[in-house]
Ligand binder design. Sequence first.
Ligand code: GAF
Length: 387
Amino acid sequence: MKKKLIQHTTAFFEKTFQKAPEHIFLSPGRINIIGEHVDYNDGFVLPAAINKYICFAVSKNATTECAIIAKDLNEAYKFDLNHDLKPIDKMWVNYVLGVLHQLKSKGLQQGVNIVFSSTIPMGAGLSSSAALECGIGYIMNKLFDLGLSKEEIALIGQKSEHTFVGVNCGIMDQFASVFGKKNHVIKLDCNTLEYEYHKADFKKYSLLLLDSCVKHTHLTSGYNDRRNEVEQGLAIIKTHFPEVKTFRDCTEIMLLGLKEELGEILYKRCRFVVKEIKRVQDAVKALSNDDFVQLGKLMTETHHGLSKEYEVSCEELDFLVDAVANETPVIGARMMGGGFGGCSINLVEKGSEKELIEKISEQYRTTFGIELKAYKVKISKGTTEYK
Ligand code: GAF
């Protein structure tokens, strides 16, 4: 799959620019085991990069112009780095421009020719956007010696999304894409950006993604709304508990006392965040103890919180999680990522995947008339040059 991706991206570059690319880069999508909507709430998350990538075929072109070709979309965008880079009405271009706009102030002056193609399904909650942003940041840093650290590349990707796309995302996706490590999940403290790798050996279980094929875009979904709601909630909490600096210092008991003042919506949102931050810590313990049944239980609890309290799921994702709940080989399931569509992540007994996919696909087709997609993913390394 990776080889094929590299081959056809390279071939397209050669056809377009009449020359082989000087470099090939791969930037991965990500999964998240647990810790959803807590990255922008100073919580912990447990993501990992996966073996689905954007492949970039790249050459410097000794001008100040950039030619970026999105092979899968059959679209190209050309621009001069000397011009003022501003968002346009094409989302994928904005991910790129947002990064380059920042890199100009870090010394970027020279242009490139890039063809990119991807095996990360778009809008499936696997962070194709972060893979694109971080890929571009990583490439420019490498090719033009900008001296950026991996953390800076991730932060630039995140800022690009805020300023050029309008989604006030957290840092999880970019961090996972850049810092991914083969067969390891990353426990990231989103408050300090300190991180540690944990071996992702699920023994007799494997990770299976079920793609609802309901496409989300965070901009039009309630992503920014949720962020505003929890910010309002935290402001109220702080007026009563000055010792609370972040949600991490907050307890369910504190929230209960403020239930009336917070109102039903903010109370639910804040309660989810407080519980989810704790769940990630419990999940890391479960993972370290090889207690996968407990890990799965926590994942399923997260889903119910995301669905009922944070309200970022959708009918199709709830269906997918409920449908596997009574299937013995499945020990945990939840919607993954920002929500409002995309994939569920399932912890399932190895060997049971095929039968399970057939059964759930049939039910899903009957209920929604949608063809379910399933991905068995491996945990891979982060953005890198392919040699
Ligand atoms: C999206 C965002 F981009 C992340 O920052 C994160 O908030 C996630 O939704 C939810 O956990 O992927």
